[in-house]
Design a protein around this ligand. Structure first.
Ligand SMILES: Cc1cc2nc3c(=O)[nH]c(=O)nc-3n(C[C@H](O)[C@H](O)[C@H](O)COP(=O)(O)OP(=O)(O)OC[C@H]3O[C@@H](n4cnc5c(N)ncnc54)[C@H](O)[C@@H]3O)c2cc1C
Length: 602
């Protein structure tokens, strides 16, 4: 199997032309960033992803992380061969610091660049990339709510990658339902807290790649109210810091086992027990009872990150399928009489599968990078109204990306296996790893159902669809610009997009009506609604890409990239946008009898 090659041409197109890096680099705080710097960073990241992370991907899959039992429940994790060394190179290369604030040693580069770099880590080695996502999550939590002392002690060493972070939310009885979290935090005289309880499924909860781990733990104090309002967030170090701020004694938090799972074998999924040997020491982050609020702010970033996982895995699976299709000879070309045996890429159905993968993945990339640029505006713009508008759109689009990208990754990696035929089903070609790895992405960081409920309830019904209406208006205006010029390709795309926008408006009306009348009836169709909105947003962005590609071609560009982009956008309009016609019918349907049916019917 070849090593991963980052799709630099498409990344540069989306960053510079579609999303437009110019205005993003002009935001306060990004003075040192320009197109040249962005391209240089992309190339360097592509090298690291291709040369260092990608060769380790099958190693992680085959050998997995290992658990060493230790004594007295004090287990430890060893990552697969090569992971620790790659992590040292990663940290020394300054990659952890890329999107982090300069005040703590970060490079302060735009999120628009960071999302592309992050896509590369996820394409090259999803299991390895988890430690980056979790560490960035811990950094974000400390930036949002950490005390000055916690920030000063922990942030420089998390930002440099010297230490890593985890997110300790899930417990056996508390998965999607955070109100059920039972882990306890008892205040101590010195201002710290004694943490006890069991957390499960904690990614990189223990490992041998860094000198310390900052566990961010959701727990409740003895007098806290029941439910999510009683949750507070604590930093629980693996090693308690000594008087010089260096890792000292082992805290009472140990890994008692790791999971054996369908995919992401290289990423340790641990059970952590806090406080079985007297109680682990934790430090409050933010105020008591505000744990979930802090988590919610972080969640937008974490969900963008998992959305980018779907993108990265789908991209890599397509890359491998495309290589295989040009190599594997089977059958003859139906449109040639010569009878010569040809590579399977000549077969119409294989072309359909490959172009589905390509156009779908490109649409997801366009959405992920658009959200990252909106985050840049929401954080850096000097204009309060622009910040607010960008923030609202990020809130609306984040569950759309997370749900759509990850569900699509399962579909698209399955298509890659289809292209490999029987060789896709056996392990030796390596393509099956991508489908296995993709399968977790619609589950963690909020399942697709949770994303759909968030979209339908908090992001649409709560404001009567106001933010969405603004987006639909913008999509309509862009569609009308597409339909204008005398260009049959663009007009065909505009025609499909117009119909799909009609479907979206009809479906939005139906969803709002259901949510207002009987929320359960709305939630019954929230997932198909999410897919409908995502499909149309993807079509809108691909339409914009088609317009830019047409302009480049009409302007005399001979770069084949633009012809290929136009073909991909046209295919998306012809083959993927029409899915909206089926989805709108589903969203409108009255299935409320389902709600009253006895459980035995299911
Ligand atoms: C590999 C891996 C890594 C993980 N990493 C971490 C980590 O680092 N930190 C951490 O804290 N957790 C982690 N998790 C846990 C993960 O976030 C949870 O598995 C996820 O939130 C779902 O919870 P659950 O597994 O308990 O499923 P459940 O909540 O039991 O859900 C089961 C099914 O019921 C549905 N469902 C549940 N509630 C609702 C509802 N209200 N409305 C509609 N449908 C609903 C779900 O959509 C799902 O289909 C990880 C899990 C895995 C497998």
């Amino acid at each position: 199997m070849s090593n991963y090659q980052a799709p630099l041409r498409d990344m540069r197109f989306v960053i510079h032309e579609l999303v437009e890096s110019g205005p993003i680099c002009a935001l306060p705080g990004y003075a040192d960033c320009d197109a040249g710097l962005i391209d240089a960073v992309l190339e360097e990241a592509a090298r690291f992803a291709g040369d260092v992370l990608s060769p380790l991907n099958p190693v992680g899959d085959r050998d997995g992380a290992r658990w060493l039992a230790g004594t007295d429940g004090k287990g430890e994790v060893r990552t697969a061969a090569g992971f620790a060394d790659a992590y040292t190179q990663f940290a020394e290369g300054g990659w952890m610091a890329l999107p982090c604030p300069p005040d703590y040693g970060g490079q302060g580069l735009p999120r628009l660049l960071a999302v592309a770099v992050s896509e590369m880590w996820k394409s090259a080695n999803l299991s390895f990339s988890h430690v980056i996502t979790l560490t960035h999550g811990a950094i974000e939590a400390l930036l949002i709510a950490g005390s000055d002392a916690l920030r000063a002690t922990w942030l420089p060493r998390l930002v440099s990658g010297e230490w890593t972070g985890t997110m300790n939310i899930t417990e056996p009885q508390a998965g999607s339902d955070l109100a059920a979290i039972a882990c306890r935090a008892v205040p101590q005289a010195d201002g710290s807290y004694r943490i006890s309880g069991q957390k499960i499924f904690i990614t990189y909860g223990d490992h041998d790649m860094a000198a310390n781990i900052a566990h961010l733990v959701l727990a409740r104090t003895p007098d806290a109210p029941a439910g999510v309002k009683g949750l507070s967030l604590f930093l629980v170090p693996k090693f308690i810091l000594d008087e010089n701020g260096n890792p000292g004694a082992h805290n009472d938090v140990y890994c008692t086992s790791i999971e054996h799972k369908l995919g992401v074998h290289g990423s340790p999924t641990t059970t952590l027990v806090h406080g079985d040997h007297g109680g682990s020491t934790g430090y409050l982050i933010g105020q008591l009872g505000r744990g979930l609020e802090i988590m919610f702010v972080m969640m937008n970033s974490a969900r963008l990150s998992v959305g980018t996982e779907g993108l990265g895995v789908a991209q890599r699976a397509w890359q491998l399928a495309s290589e295989y299709a040009k190599d594997r000879v089977q059958g003859t070309d139906v449109s040639q009489k010569s009878g010569e045996r040809v590579a399977i890429v000549r077969h119409p159905d294989v072309r359909r599968l490959l172009m589905t993968q390509r156009s779908h993945t490109e649409a997801i990339r366009a959405l992920a990078y658009t959200i990252a640029a909106l985050q840049d505006i929401a954080h850096q713009s000097p204009d309060a109204a622009a910040r607010d508008a960008a923030h609202r759109r990020v809130e609306l689009l984040t569950p759309v990306l997370k749900g759509w990208s990850t569900e699509s990754a399962v579909e698209l990696t399955s298509m890659a296996i289809q292209i490999f035929g029987g060789m896709g089903f056996v392990e030796e070609t390596g393509i099956s790893q991508y489908m296995r790895d993709a399968r977790i992405t619609p589950i963690y960081e909020g399942t697709t159902a949770i994303q759909a409920a968030d979209l339908a309830g908090r992001k649409i019904a709560r404001d009567g669809g106001q933010v969405l209406v603004g987006l639909i208006q913008e999509m309509r205006a862009d569609r009308n610009r597409l339909a204008g010029p005398n260009n049959p390709q663009l007009q065909a795309i505009a025609a499909h997009l117009g119909e799909s926008l009609d479907h979206l408006e009809t479906a939005t009306g139906a969803l709002l009506e259901k949510m207002n009348r009987q929320p359960a009836a709305g939630l019954l169709v929230a997932e198909p609604y999410l897919k409908l909105l995502a499909t149309v947003v993807g079509g809108w962005l691909m339409g914009k890409a088609a317009r830019l590609a047409s302009q480049a071609i009409e302007g005399g560009s001979s770069d084949p990239f633009y012809r290929h982009k136009l073909a991909s956008a046209r295919f998306y309009a012809d083959h993927l946008l029409p899915r909206s016609a089926g989805l709108v019918v589903t969203v409108q349907a009255d299935n409320s009898t389902l709600l009253g049916l006895e459980d035995e019917a299911f």
